[in-house]
Design a binder for this molecule. Sequence first.
Ligand code: FAD
Length: 363
Amino acid sequence: MNRPLVLAGAGHAHLVTLRRWIDIGFRPPPGTLLINPTPAAWYSGMMPGLLAGRFDAADCAIELAPLCHACGIELQLGQLSMLDADQRILQLTDGSQSSFALLSLNTGSIPPLPDSVDDSVRVLPAKPFPALHEAWKTWHQHVETAPTSIAVLGGGPAAFELALAVRASLPSTEVTLICASSLLATHPSALRDRACRLLEQRGIQLIEQQSVSRVADGQLFNGAQPLLRCEAVIAATGASAPAWLRDSGLEVDGGGFARISPSLLSTSHSGIFASGDCASLAGALRSGVYAVRQGSFLADNIINLLQRQPMRDYQPQPQALALLASADGGALMSYGRWSASGRVLGWWKDRLDIGFMKRHRLG
Ligand SMILES: Cc1cc2nc3c(=O)[nH]c(=O)nc-3n(C[C@H](O)[C@H](O)[C@H](O)COP(=O)(O)OP(=O)(O)OC[C@H]3O[C@@H](n4cnc5c(N)ncnc54)[C@H](O)[C@@H]3O)c2cc1C
């Protein structure tokens, strides 16, 4: 079927786009489609709180059908597995194909896994969330099935928050956080010191400067060097691009992410937008904060393209506020070279997250 506009992935940027279109009363062309694997979009900022037992699943997900209905958009549950940017055709994992005039990609990213993994250890990427959430739910509800030891891989805020969350909800499980470089390496050293103290207080072992490349016989290895025995791994190792994006014909960067201009359009193909984690633009970091900011530019630029109006240019913010949940209602904060921690910051983070959910949830 030929579609005037396809929105692929219900990421943060597309949620903001749909909300903005509803607010200004814009209706995209009839036949516009949103494709997403699940009927609800998970909000990553609240996932650690969900695993810490501070939120219910329903608090952390936004149903897509009401948003689509309000915009007059069709919702298709599915997952893109092939994109031919030259022919303007996409294919889903169920084999169905659509052609499109305009396409907007907001499909997020996947944490990279160790190069070699046998089945002796359960390895769960932090995304997609539903699989991690299902595993955690079983462990939490049937404690006898919970792993006795879990390693969380990654050195950024997501890995730090997940390690604290797992520790809080599975108190009998040993938790180790393994970072390929230093913990929170891009944040101020004062934040890093606070984070290290908190890990120690909570009994979480921290291993830095070790990259887990192999999982075999119940052990994690850095090359040939054994690092740790454990029963499960949660990988919050940053962002990698899916193979279909690398092979799409779109211009991509060295990591396989779609190169875009400040208008959020592909640098190689007119009429194809990309935003959030799946896109590559100098200065734009792969975090929800940047994806959300891009959303309002995307909403306007899709309209501008349809109405042949000049495009708005998105300038990545030079720095962003980071609020890291400490799994007990508190949070750590960094902004530029400033850092702080405490319960007020946790309250503030909750207000921001719950505010986002309220604004984007309809019905
Ligand atoms: C545990 C955790 C906590 C985090 N906390 C924060 C935080 O507090 N603040 C912050 O700024 N960032 C946070 N991040 C980073 C943040 O999740 C990402 O940077 C952000 O989600 C990127 O948004 P996005 O718009 O690119 O797409 P996403 O929000 O990742 O959404 C992508 C959507 O596309 C769908 N999709 C994926 N593949 C396909 C496909 N092939 N076809 C169709 N649909 C597809 C997915 O199911 C999903 O609905 C966190 C990350 C993790 C792992």
